[in-house]
Design a protein around this ligand. Structure first.
Ligand code: ZN
Length: 179
């Protein structure tokens, strides 16, 4: 676990916090109002879109891993359905409207070099839009199995490795009819 989370002030009343034993471990607790701060994982979503023996990748426009390629991905808003977040990120980065087919995997990635602690992976197919890189993507392109570029981050690396092995039989764990 390379990451350290710190808090100095209470989000409820603004008073300084101090570490106290709460719910089995030391957590920041407000000295004034006793509010306990729970640090939540940063959750990202990633989407594998494969079509006719090719997979859709974006080239990262920003650090970390600028210039490397990855599946379309991004952070969920706190109140967003993860499947809706996956759709939104695909649209923002690739210009493409997608339908989520199902859940592929869930990764725990606190030490991956990215900013996410948990990554939820979906499979999807394109239903509309115009392919054009935007937002966090400098480029968007289709790649065949024998021409995969350098990849950023463990979830993309794992999912592409799985896709290269299993190809069209790569299947979702659970169908997702709503998005
Ligand atoms: Zn407080």
């Amino acid at each position: 676990m390379g990451k350290v989370r710190l808090a100095r002030f209470c989000p409820m009343c603004g008073a300084p916090v101090e570490l106290r034993l709460r719910f089995g471990t030391e957590r920041p607790v407000c000295a004034a109002c006793e509010h306990v701060i729970f640090f939540d994982p940063k959750v990202a979503v990633v989407t594998l879109i494969a079509h006719e023996d090719r997979v859709l990748l974006i080239q990262r426009a920003n650090d970390p891993m600028e210039g490397y390629w990855a599946l379309p991905a991004g952070f969920m808003e706190w109140d967003e359905d993860p499947a809706a977040a996956a759709q939104r990120e695909c649209l923002e980065e690739t210009g493409l409207v997608v339908k989520i087919d199902g859940l592929l995997d869930v990764f725990h990635t606190p030490d991956d070099g990215g900013l996410a602690d948990v990554v939820i992976a979906y499979t999807a197919h394109i239903t509309g839009g115009e392919m054009a890189a935007a937002d966090d993507a400098a480029a968007v392109a289709w790649f065949t199995r024998d021409a995969i570029p350098p990849l950023a981050f463990l979830p993309t690396q794992r999912l592409i490795a799985q896709w290269k092995l299993q190809g069209d039989t790569l299947d979702a764990q659970r169908r997702h009819p709503d998005f």
